[in-house]
Write a protein that binds this ligand. Structure first.
Ligand code: HEM
Length: 415
C-alpha cells in the first residue's frame, strides 16, 4: 500500500498470524534495517523512516540526537483528529509537553521527573508488592471461576488485574477506578470520533484533578499521596504524571497477560514445559514479551540533526519509527526468531524499549505477569480455548496489541 507522494508504504498493522508482526513488514525488512515510510499525519509533509533491525533500533533509542517530543514527531498512523484541509498530508503540530508529561520530554527535563518516580519502580520496591499482587490475582481469578467455563478471560481477569495493581500502587481509590478505566479505554483506541475523544480527555482531567486534590488534603502512604505531600510538584505536574503512569500501565500488562495465555494455549508443548519446569517462569515471561511485543506500533522519535544509521541518513526533523515487534524477531540476535521457545536466551529484547525512555514500569509488569500466569495455570489446570483460535478477535485497532476477548473453558471439579 503506497501512501505518500514518493510512493512509500504506510506502517503495516494487519496480521495473518495473531502472534507474528504485521505481514507488511516482510517487504520492509527486505529493503534493509531502515526503510522509508509514509507518515499519514506529518508535521512538515515529509515521509519518515522505520527501523526494523535490532541493532539499529537500540542505537536510535540510545541516541540523544533523537527526540521524543510529541510536538516534533509525525504520526505514523492516521489520526481522526481534524488537523487540516487535506486528509492525507495534513499539518499537525501537537502542543509542547506540559509540565509533568515526562514521557514526551527530552533530557534534562525528562530526567527530573524520572528521578522523582524511579524509587517506586525499583526491583526491590516492586518485590515488596508481591503479597498485594498475589491477593489481587486470586480475587480476579475468583471472578473468572464465578463466571464459569466459557467465560472471557480478558473481562474477568487479564484486564482488571493489572489495573487494580496499578491503582493500589498509585493510591487511586476504588470508586475512581471504573470511570478511569472507561475513559482510558477510549484514548487507547486508534480511532474515535472527536466527540468521544473530547469527552474522554475532559473526564480523565476532571477525575485526576479530583484525585490530586484529595491527596493534597489527606496524605496517604502511596505514590501519589507521597508525591503530593513532598510539595515539590504543582497540581498540574501531579495530574500529568498520574496520566503518564496510567497511560503507560493501563492496558500493556493486561494485553500481555491475555495474549500470552492465548499463545501458550496455542503452543501446548511450551505450556507443558512450563508446567513441568516452573523455574522457567521468569525466562518464559521474557520470551513471551519478546515473541508477542504488544507495543505493535513501536516507538517514534524525531531527528534533531542529520543522523546516518544503517546506511541511511535520517534528516533533521524527520520521524523514525522503531518497529519493536520486528526488532524482537531479528534473526541476527534470536535464532529461529518466529519460534516461541520459553528456554531461549532473550537478552537484548526491546519489548520495554531501550535508552532513557525505557519502560518505567517494567519490573511491575514482570511481577504482574509472573504472578498472573502462575496463579492462572495453577488454579485452572485444564484451561483451554472455548472457541476456535481464528475466532479470537485481535487488537490491530488499538494502540497496544492483544485480544479483545479470550473465551476459555476448563473442567470443573465436582463438589
Ligand atoms: C507488559 C507491559 C508493558 C510493556 C510491554 C511496556 C512497554 C513500554 C515501552 C516499549 C516503552 C517505551 C516507549 C518509548 O520509548 O517510546 C514504555 C515506556 C513507559 N512505560 Fe511501559 N510497558 C509495560 C508496562 C508498564 C507499566 C505497568 C507501567 C506503569 C507504571 C508503565 C509505564 C511506562 C512509562 C511511564 C513509560 C515512559 C517512560 C519514560 O518516558 O521515561 N509501563 N513502556
Amino acid at each position: 500500500m503506497s501512501d505518500s507522494a514518493a510512493g512509500n508504504p504506510r506502517l503495516p498493522v494487519e496480521r495473518r498470524c495473531p502472534f507474528d508482526p504485521a505481514e507488511g513488514y516482510a517487504a520492509l525488512t527486505k529493503a534493509g534495517p531502515i526503510a522509508k515510510i509514509a507518515m499519514p499525519v506529518s508535521v512538515d509533509g515529509r515521509d519518515g523512516w522505520v527501523a526494523t533491525g535490532l541493532d539499529e533500533v537500540r542505537r536510535i533509542l540510545a541516541d540523544d540526537r533523537f527526540s521524543h517530543r510529541k510536538d516534533l514527531i509525525s504520526l505514523s498512523i492516521p489520526s481522526p483528529i481534524p488537523t487540516g484541509d487535506d486528509s492525507k498530508q495534513v499539518v499537525y503540530r501537537a502542543p509542547a509537553p506540559e509540565p509533568g508529561a515526562f514521557i514526551s520530554m527530552d533530557p534534562p527535563e525528562h530526567l527530573r521527573y524520572r528521578r522523582l518516580l524511579a524509587g517506586y519502580f525499583t526491583v526491590r520496591r516492586v518485590r515488596e508488592l508481591t503479597p498485594m499482587v498475589e491477593q489481587v490475582a486470586q480475587e480476579c481469578l475468583d471472578a473468572l471461576a464465578d463466571a464459569g467455563p466459557g467465560a472471557d478471560l480478558v473481562a474477568s481477569f487479564a484486564e482488571p488485574f493489572p489495573i487494580r495493581v496499578m491503582c493500589e500502587l498509585m493510591g487511586i481509590p476504588p470508586r475512581h477506578r471504573a470511570p478511569l478505566a472507561e475513559h482510558l479505554a477510549v484514548v487507547s483506541r486508534m480511532s474515535y470520533t472527536i466527540e468521544e475523544l473530547t469527552e474522554a480527555v475532559v473526564e480523565l482531567g476532571r477525575l485526576l484533578t479530583e484525585i490530586v486534590q484529595e491527596k493534597r488534603e489527606k496524605a496517604t502512604p502511596d505514590l501519589l499521596g507521597e508525591l503530593a505531600a513532598a510539595g515539590e510538584l504543582t497540581d498540574g505536574e501531579l495530574i500529568n504524571i498520574a496520566w503518564a503512569l496510567l497511560g503507560g500501565g493501563f492496558d500493556t500488562s493486561g494485553n500481555m497477560l491475555a495474549l500470552g495465555v492465548f499463545a501458550l494455549l496455542e503452543h501446548p508443548d511450551q505450556l507443558a514445559r512450563l508446567r513441568a519446569e516452573p523455574e522457567l517462569l521468569d525466562n518464559a515471561v521474557e520470551e513471551l514479551l519478546r515473541y508477542l511485543t504488544v507495543s505493535h506500533l513501536g516507538a517514534s522519535r524525531a531527528a534533531l540533526s542529520d543522523v546516518t544509521i544503517g546506511g541511511e541518513t535520517i534528516e533533521q526533523g524527520q520521524t523514525v519509527v522503531v518497529a519493536l515487534p520486528v526488532a524482537n524477531r531479528d534473526p541476527a540476535r534470536f535464532p529461529d526468531p518466529d519460534v516461541l521457545d520459553l528456554g531461549r536466551n532473550t537478552q537484548g529484547h526491546v519489548a520495554f524499549g531501550h535508552g532513557v525512555h525505557q519502560c518505567l514500569g517494567q519490573h511491575l509488569a514482570r511481577l504482574t505477569l509472573r504472578v498472573g500466569y502462575r496463579a492462572l495455570f495453577e488454579r485452572f489446570g485444564s484451561l483451554r480455548l472455548a472457541v476456535p483460535a481464528d475466532e479470537v478477535p485481535t487488537k490491530e485497532d488499538m494502540l497496544h496489541y492483544g485480544v479483545h476477548r479470550l473465551p476459555v473453558t476448563w473442567d470443573e471439579t465436582p463438589g
